[in-house]
Design a protein around this ligand. Structure first.
Ligand code: UT7
Length: 330
């Protein structure tokens, strides 16, 4: 059995936060943000009554409607997120309820910006071993809920979004063919949300110290991301005897255009074969890679070799080799 992506859908909130808007909020400039990150605008889920599960549910509804899958036929939902609606119940659980996936079980997976790849690999096992037929993998993050909009070093980077893929058995040779994933907890302190967990439960002190927002020491994260995302992509290509010519698309996590460029150069994949939408959405954490697949779906054909790659908080990083299973134009 091979687990293949057989459909993809995305959800983006309507409200846009542009670089010009940010210029009015913090001491930054459109020029700085564009040249240092490649970002021009991002989407923000403004409705205070809506959470990550609402975006995830929108994506899964769209996935079901375009693939003709009845929600009651979903066996499993895995949701990659670092902005769950609450610590528990899981966001996957809430999404399942919202879409009417009454026969599915589900769980959340926390691996920050590598979350989608970790979830994809995990979820694929259930299709491969025959214990599930229809598995939905969601990458969803309401990053605006943990961004400090007075901190110019982080608030320019992130956006809100969700995207989902359907995994099913492929009768041929397509699917998730190989993966290499890594975790290194020694990088944990460089990119984290310091409070709200069991180490520093929420208190007046943690709120006053702004510890419920993203903390990032940008430079060490950048340095690690540039080398590790590029190296692991190259590693997976080598191992599968793939040259740059064999790769139809490089699908990188969208954190910084300079990190994407480094991965492009290391793999040798031509620039026009790299999916880049960071300018429109910023870093949507677990949603970036499935959102790329969603945006490029109409250009994908069965048999295309895709190299997915990510680096994120944890540190976590990895690459997944996917042989695309369907013609996206249909
Ligand atoms: O997706 C999860 C993984 N995360 C990442 O991959 C992010 C990795 N890190 C990065 O992408 C980059 O480190 C940043 C985009 C976050 C920062 O870019 P940088 O080129 O590393 O800038 P820097 O932190 O070295 O800061 C350079 C200068 C500093 O000023 P001084 O000390 O040189 O006077 C910052 O204070 O830029 C300043 N700065 C800003 N200036 C205008 C930092 N943020 C801003 C800003 N606008 N928004």
């Amino acid at each position: 059995m091979a687990a293949a992506i057989t459909s993809v859908a995305g959800y983006l909130p309507e409200d846009r936060l542009t670089n010009k808007d940010l210029e009015k909020m913090v001491d930054t400039s459109d020029e700085w943000i564009r040249t240092r990150t490649g970002i021009e605008e991002r989407r923000i889920l403004k409705d205070p009554t809506k959470a990550t599960s609402d975006m995830g549910a929108e994506a899964v509804r769209a996935l079901c409607s375009k693939s003709g899958l009845d929600p009651t036929d979903i066996d499993l939902i895995v949701c990659a997120t670092v902005t769950p609606d609450m610590l528990f119940p899981s966001t996957a659980n809430l999404i399942g309820h919202k879409v009417g996936a009454t026969k599915a079980w589900g769980f959340d997976l926390s691996a920050a910006c590598s979350g989608f790849l970790f979830a994809l690999k995990t979820a694929a096992q259930f299709v491969e071993n025959g214990t599930a037929k229809n598995v939905v993998v969601v990458g969803a993050d309401k990053m605006s809920s943990i961004v400090d909009y007075t901190d110019r070093t982080t608030c320019v980077l992130f956006g809100d979004a969700a995207a989902a893929v359907l995994l099913q058995n492929d009768e041929g040779d397509c699917g998730i063919l190989d993966s290499q994933l890594y975790s290194d907890g020694s990088g944990g302190d460089y990119l984290c949300m310091p409070a709200g967990g069991s180490l520093r439960p929420s208190s007046h002190e943690t709120v006053d110290a702004k510890q419920h927002f993203i903390f990032q020491d940008g430079q060490p994260v950048f340095k690690a991301a540039v080398t590790k995302m590029a190296d692991v992509s190259y590693e997976i290509m080598q191992r599968n005897n793939l040259t740059a010519d064999d790769v139809a698309w490089l699908v990188p996590h969208q954190a910084n255009l300079r990190i994407i460029d480094a991965t492009q150069r290391r793999t040798g994949v031509p620039k026009d074969k790299v999916m880049i939408n960071i300018q429109k959405y910023g870093n949507t954490t677990a949603a970036t890679i499935p959102l790329c697949l969603h945006d490029w779906e109409s250009q994908l054909t069965r048999g295309d070799n895709l190299i997915l790659a990510a680096f994120g908080g944890g540190f976590t990083w990895g690459s997944v080799y996917v042989k695309w299973a369907y013609d996206g134009k249909k």
